[in-house]
Design a protein around this ligand. Structure first.
Ligand code: TYD
Length: 681
């Protein structure tokens, strides 16, 4: 069942990692440390601007310098962190890092000199590096996944833990932005300009304390595994691809705002609190966009969405550059960030797709983001200062606005170029494609639709039986086929995986318990490969000659097992399968519903590779099937598999009868007037 419609997101993640107390503590420490960092960034930038004195130009330059030096360590030194961390005690290293950051941030208002602020900012960012290297290496031991070796459950736990830690580190950014804005307001009212700095220092101290108490933290970094960001980018420049162009443009729009926001907000009379408000709009928008990216417009091409989101972000950046009202700027910034966030998560999704021939694509994407961000914060503030305010007629264009305009131009061009390069639906007009996606459909141009309608293919009927293990699909599929044959239909019964010669080999690989460690993506592709062969050589030829095809399992099995079961994005699997089957969707899918315990208990032969998965896996598969059926009730019959066999057969026959064609070709009926009535057997 190929379905590209928006699907319900995965069922909630299991509580697996959260049941580990040491992991929860690490998560808390990472959240605090992240909060300290994200709070220190605007606090240090604002403090540098204030310490610089002079006019807005000098202030913008100082703030920009702080931002640039804070981006430097991640760009230049990130891989070293793993190497250093591998040699030191993890707990001591992280505790020392944040205790030092506490002292550094605290020293800034005490010293009160711009050069020291810059040095301290660099060191604060440098000391953030162990916080990415250590948790990444320590996670397996903390969640107990190291004992489970490299089996799938262990991998799943590790993946879940790493994602949770990453979300904690980045999710702290919007919280920090809100905190910064509030603190800036209080600071102004209480005449305590350095309040955000003090707060950030305290949060670092909290992070240091919480990690110091984490006795179970072991394992340092992994030396030499992280790639060098600059190297990745330099290699990528030789063959710039649409994907990286788009990602760079999306990052450019947001980094440009970060780079000049302090000055831009001040231009509009906003001060530090205004700067904070812009940052709130930015971070919250980004988080929302990243969340929405894979979820909106299910049937719409991701490649097109990426290009469009970048172009939208660049156009909104132009609006931000030209408008001189802080409230409007904050709003538009949040919309722009939603677009940029969507572009980012879409690009990340595309970079992770198996179709991507570059294994290093996700790492390169991050590298591109870091370098683009660094360039933006290094170049734009001095540019804004150099441009200064200009009057165009009666309109005053501030230096910051001009710098944003200049950043928007390459972002827009890159977005347009990326759209052209990545477009995977060339020749299909954008607007109807988008409107159809809004209705949850895939747009087919009229000429093509007419072609498809006129084509003799698909004259038969395609029925799929789906369900978890031991649901009794095979029996019911066989009974339905017998019933149909009895009524004079040409019926082809088939199954997945393994209905063709090649398919049988794939089946052997897929179900052999000896094949441990098969990656979820490889598994998905093998099932899809079996299906592609099945459709091309069995199902489609049968349908074309007008037969009724009854298949034991089809695309929904992949969506349920590989998507929900293995926790892979269901819409991506739907897309891979839509391609594999050339969009062939069953006319009816019969879902036999059975609780995993009952179903697995019914199995007679020894469990194969899939059947040996843990109970929770089969629970997710069941949820997945249910969600799929609920999303398209018109094409499904859901039957309780615990009913007596003949009762199930009756329900199935009643439903199949509704979609059956006339078994005698239309032309012959007039002559013979034989219309076999279908009765229950
Ligand atoms: P099979 O022996 O055909 O069992 P069943 O009677 O349950 O259909 O084994 C097929 C196994 O492969 C089953 O556990 C489900 C799994 N599977 C997937 O994970 N993805 C798929 O796309 C398909 C078709 C099957």
């Amino acid at each position: 069942m190929t379905r590209t419609g928006a699907l319900p997101p995965h069922a909630a993640e299991p509580t697996g990692v959260w049941s580990s107390k040491p992991f929860r503590r690490l998560w808390l420490a990472v959240s605090l440390s992240g909060l300290g960092l994200w709070l220190s960034v605007p606090a240090l930038a604002a403090s540098a601007a204030a310490a610089a004195g002079g006019g807005p130009a000098a202030q913008a330059r100082s703030a920009g310098l702080v931002l640039a030096v804070m981006a430097l360590p991640a760009v230049l030194l990130a891989p070293l962190a793993g190497t250093v961390a591998a040699r030191l005690d993890a707990r001591v290293l992280l505790t020392a890092a944040d205790a030092l950051r506490f002292a550094l941030v605290l020293s800034v208002p005490l010293v009160g000199a711009a050069p020291w602020t810059v040095v301290a900012a660099f060191l604060v960012a440098l000391l953030a590096l162990p916080w990415t290297a250590v948790p990444d290496a320590a996670v397996p031991a903390l969640v107990g996944a190291d004992r489970q070796g490299v089996d799938r459950q262990g991998e799943e736990l590790q993946g879940q833990a790493r994602r949770a830690v990453q979300r904690a580190a980045f999710g702290a950014a919007p919280v920090a932005a809100v905190l910064f804005a509030v603190l800036a307001l209080i600071a102004r009212a209480a005449d305590l300009a350095d309040l955000p700095l003090y707060a950030s220092a305290v949060v670092f101290l909290g992070a240091a304390a919480s990690v110091a108490l984490l006795r179970d933290l072991r394992g340092g970094g992994a030396p030499g595994t992280a790639p060098w960001p600059l190297l990745l980018v330099v290699r990528g420049v030789a063959a710039p691809r649409g994907l990286f162009l788009a990602a760079a443009a999306a990052v450019l729009t947001t980094a440009a705002i970060v780079a000049v926001a302090a000055g831009h907000a001040r231009e509009m009379g906003g001060g530090a609190a205004g700067f904070g408000s812009v940052l709130i709009g930015l971070t919250v928008g980004l988080a929302a966009g990243i969340f929405l990216g894979p979820r909106v417009l299910g049937p719409f091409s991701r490649a097109r969405l990426l290009g469009l989101a970048v172009v939208a972000a660049a156009l909104l950046l132009i609006v931000i550059a030209l408008v001189r009202d802080l409230v409007v700027v904050v709003f538009v910034t949040s919309f722009m960030s939603v677009a940029a966030g969507m572009a980012w998560s879409t690009a990340a999704g595309l970079a992770g797709e198996p179709a991507d021939e570059q294994a290093a694509a996700p790492a390169r994407l991050r590298a591109v983001a870091l370098v683009t961000g660094l360039v933006a914060v290094a170049v734009l503030p001095p540019l804004a200062a150099a441009l200064g305010d200009n009057a165009i007629g009666s309109y005053e264009l501030a230096g910051t606005g001009a710098a944003l305009l200049i950043a928007a131009v390459p972002a827009l061009l890159a977005g347009l170029l990326a759209y052209r390069r990545l477009d995977d639906r060339r020749g299909i007009p954008l607007l109807p494609d988008l409107l159809a996606a809004l209705r949850g459909e895939v747009y087919t141009p009229r000429s093509r639709a007419a072609e498809q309608a006129a084509a003799p293919r698909n004259r038969g009927v395609f029925i799929a039986f789906e369900g978890g293990e031991g649901a009794g699909k095979t029996t019911q599929a066989r009974l339905a086929a017998i019933w149909l044959r009895d009524h004079g239909y040409d019926v082809v019964t088939t199954h997945e995986p393994g209905a063709t010669k090649i398919g049988m080999r794939l089946r052997a690989m897929l179900l052999d318990k000896q094949n441990t460690g098969l990656s979820a993506r490889a598994e998905t592709l093998l099932y899809a490969a079996d299906r592609a062969d099945h459709v091309a050589n069995v199902i489609r030829p049968a349908l074309e000659r007008g037969a009724i095809v009854v298949s034991d399992r089809y695309v929904d099995s992949s969506l349920a097992y590989q998507g929900y079961g293995r926790r892979q994005p269901v819409d991506e699997i739907a897309r891979v399968n839509a391609w594999a089957t050339e969009g062939l969707v069953p006319d009816l899918t019969v879902l036999l519903e059975v609780p995993p315990d009952t179903g697995l208990g019914r199995l007679a032969s020894p469990a194969d590779r899939m059947e040996s998965e843990p109970r929770e896996f089969h629970e997710r598969v069941r949820e997945g099937f249910r969600a799929l059926a609920e999303a398209h009730p018109d094409r499904y019959l859901v039957v309780d598999a615990s009913l007596p066999q003949n009762e199930i057969s009756r329900l199935v026959q009643d439903r199949i009868r509704e979609i059956l064609p006339d078994p005698v070709p239309a032309g012959t009926e007039d002559i013979t007037s034989t219309f076999p009535a279908i009765t229950d057997v």
